[in-house]
Design a protein around this ligand. Structure first.
Ligand code: SAH
Length: 345
């Protein structure tokens, strides 16, 4: 089957349209049209009519429908999209001078992290590269003019490294030549630690990696993230060390969700710093975002600050990601629209 338009690399698009100039015009349309229509128009400026209509036949947009939209008072916007039978969520997060788009890589998720709302949905299906890039195009069209969507994080629903081929293709479309032309340093793929595919990603992509570590001992991590039994902490950090030793020049984002009385002690903080001591790592501390039916709770803010101080004083860069979009259940780990109608009006 032919690929949908948003999943074509620039080389493939050039091939299909017979010239770079037309391919550039098509990309400009795709990432410059506000709002993005559900169906491709009959004509696009700068592309010969017969070329465009042939492309439109073979490579339409992926089937999509808006399925809900909610805006938090802090500006974070959660967009639900129906993609065939599946519904996924994409989050637009405006910041100073730029916006970040958080995309989903699967409908549901293949992993079973005990703290994540998406896991409660089970796995529905893989998203195609075209559906991943489509999420970016739709969200980008909603970004405020003075805060263009220049960053993409693969931190929505799903485990990107259980769908790596499509994720790599999407990264390629986002960062390749022509619009949207994002920098590799502005695209971050986040994993719960699927080791073989994490290694493949590090070896083949120049995009950034975030590892959701979330614990400092295997015993603790296994309880939270069952696949840690297969790929324990030392093996994951070992792969990062190897990548660093190979001269990749990368820094690694390490996500650490904090739960009260689970992984938030001074000892945890010291162990975390020790684990990362010889790595160019940036820790992002994320106080847990609660959701219905889940017993975990975030620590008090003072505990989060104390934890950060210990990690920081041990010489490891460490930022706190205070939740955004919590009012609309768009914060990390809260994407689970399908089962619950999750706050859409
Ligand atoms: N599967 C990938 C990407 C999706 S999760 C991964 O695990 O990295 C994106 C981030 O949200 C991860 O760092 C995850 O640990 C975090 N997260 C999941 N559930 C959360 C919750 N309830 N509260 C706060 N962060 C959560």
């Amino acid at each position: 089957m032919d690929r949908a338009l948003t999943g074509l690399t620039f080389a493939e698009l050039t091939d299909a349209l017979g010239s770079r100039t037309r391919a550039l015009a098509a990309r400009k349309w795709l990432f410059g049209t506000r709002p993005l229509p559900q169906v491709l128009p009959a004509r696009v400026e700068g592309v010969a009519a017969e070329r465009w209509s042939a492309l439109r036949e073979r490579s339409p947009l992926p089937a999509w429908e808006p399925a809900g939209r909610r805006e938090d008072p802090d500006g974070t916007t959660k967009i639900a999209l129906r993609l065939g039978q599946a519904t996924v969520e994409t989050v637009l997060i405006p910041a100073d001078g730029r916006s970040t788009v958080c995309v989903s890589s699967q409908a549901g998720c293949t992993r079973h992290c005990r703290f994540c709302a998406t896991a409660t949905l089970g796995f529905q299906r893989q998203l195609t590269a075209a559906e991943i890039v489509l999420q970016y195009a739709i969200a980008r069209a909603e970004a405020p003019d003075d805060r263009p969507a220049r960053n993409v994080v693969f931190m929505g629903m799903g485990e990107p490294f259980d769908n790596l081929d499509e994720v790599l293709r999407a990264v390629n479309v986002l960062t390749g030549e022509a619009a949207p032309g994002l920098g590799h340093q502005h695209v971050t793929v986040s994993t719960s630690g699927v080791l073989p595919e994490m290694k493949r990603f590090l070896a083949t992509s120049r995009a950034q990696l975030a590892l959701s570590l979330n614990a400092t001992t295997d015993e603790q991590r296994e309880r939270l993230m069952p696949h840690n039994r297969t790929w324990p902490i030392a093996s994951l950090l070992g792969a990062l060390r190897e990548d660093a030793a190979g001269g990749s020049g990368r820094r690694y984002f390490v996500e650490y969700v904090l739960w009260r009385d689970v992984n938030d002690t001074d000892e945890d903080a010291r162990r975390l710093a020790a684990l990362l001591a010889d790595l160019p790592a940036h820790v992002n501390l994320i106080p847990h975002n609660a959701f219905e039916g889940n017993p975990l709770v975030p620590p008090a803010p003072e505990r989060v600050l104390a934890f950060q101080k210990i990690v920081h004083d041990a010489g490891v860069r460490c930022l706190i990601r205070w939740p955004r979009g919590r009012d609309i259940a768009a914060a990390c780990g809260q994407l689970a629209l399908v089962s619950s109608n999750n706050g859409y009006s």
